[in-house]
Design a protein. Structure first.
Length: 293
């Protein structure tokens, strides 16, 4: 069978083209799913380039939508598994990528079994690792990324487009306003950095906020040894600290961390949660006992 040649321009070239595709299929973007479709070939090619894919790469795309980014990823020569939760869009997506090295999966990234999915994605792969690329709406971005970091260690690289506020939380460092429990979770598993900004003008419908591109690269091992400090214990402590982030740690963690544990860990009890790095949280957890959860 001769593969059908598909280009990004054939899928989406402008906001009007997106509106025409939606209208032809009787579709409207669903606000509940946070659907904002990328309508710019340069943007999706930029995302594919920043993902640093190779012809033998295995890629999982979350929220494939109408297929513009999917096609850009496939054009790199990588093998792509495109996951889409909206059953209405799946036939349109399948048609857009027909003849390309793309497998379309109708599933919800918040509930799918990552182990099963990656078994299929990596079957016959030269390396046991996958790249995740996604355009994630505000309401699911953090839960999806945390699930992947916690449950899918074979996903070693993530290139994600998210609302700027979310992106700033993902890459935040200690002592900054955006730094919180999510920042600690990301730092525990990976190193994250902002690699670009995306204006609202490239989306249909146009959102009211700017988006950013974040590249997340998984560490070979977590920043805190999970044998010495189980992850559940560590993050129970982190959540407790940030639940009252304006208070000094000795007050925010009263009844959780014994007073002597701060000195043993080399942590200033008068500091606030936002000043501790993931490694410092690990030291504090190692010197105390917290409930798991």
């Amino acid at each position: 069978m001769v593969a059908r040649a598909v280009t990004i321009e054939a899928v989406t070239t402008s906001p009007q083209h997106i509106r025409d595709v939606l209208g032809r299929h009787g579709l409207r973007p669903r606000r509940a799913l946070g659907q904002n479709f990328v309508a710019d070939a340069n943007t999706v090619r930029r995302i594919a380039r920043l993902a640093e894919l190779r012809p033998d790469s295995r890629v999982v795309e979350i929220g494939a939508g109408l297929g513009a980014l999917t096609v850009a990823l496939a054009e790199t020569g990588a093998s792509v598994t495109a996951v889409e939760v909206d059953a209405r869009l799946v036939p349109v997506l399948r048609d857009a990528v027909q003849g390309m090295a793309v497998r379309v999966v109708e599933a919800d990234a918040l509930t799918l079994d990552w182990s099963v999915l990656l078994d299929a994605v990596l079957a016959g792969a030269p390396r046991p690792e996958a790249t995740l690329v996604a355009n994630l709406p505000y309401n699911v971005a953090v839960p999806v990324l945390i699930r992947v970091l916690d449950e899918a260690p074979r996903v070693t690289t993530i290139l994600v487009m998210v609302q700027r506020e979310v992106g700033e939380r993902l890459v935040a460092v200690p002592g900054t306003k955006a730094y919180g429990a999510v920042s600690v979770k990301v730092a525990y598993h990976a190193q994250a950095r902002l690699v670009g900004r995306v204006p609202a003008t490239v989306f249909v419908p146009r959102p009211k906020v700017e988006s950013v591109l974040v590249r997340i690269e998984r560490r070979p091992t977590p920043a805190v040894d999970p044998v010495e400090v189980p992850a559940a214990q560590l993050f129970a402590l982190v959540r407790a600290g940030f639940a009252q982030r304006r208070k000094m740690l000795r007050r925010a963690l009263a009844g959780v961390v014994p007073a002597e544990a701060f000195e043993a860990a080399g942590i200033d009890a008068a500091a606030r949660a936002e000043s501790l790095s993931v490694e410092e949280w690990g030291r504090l957890a190692r010197c105390t006992t917290t409930p798991s959860g």
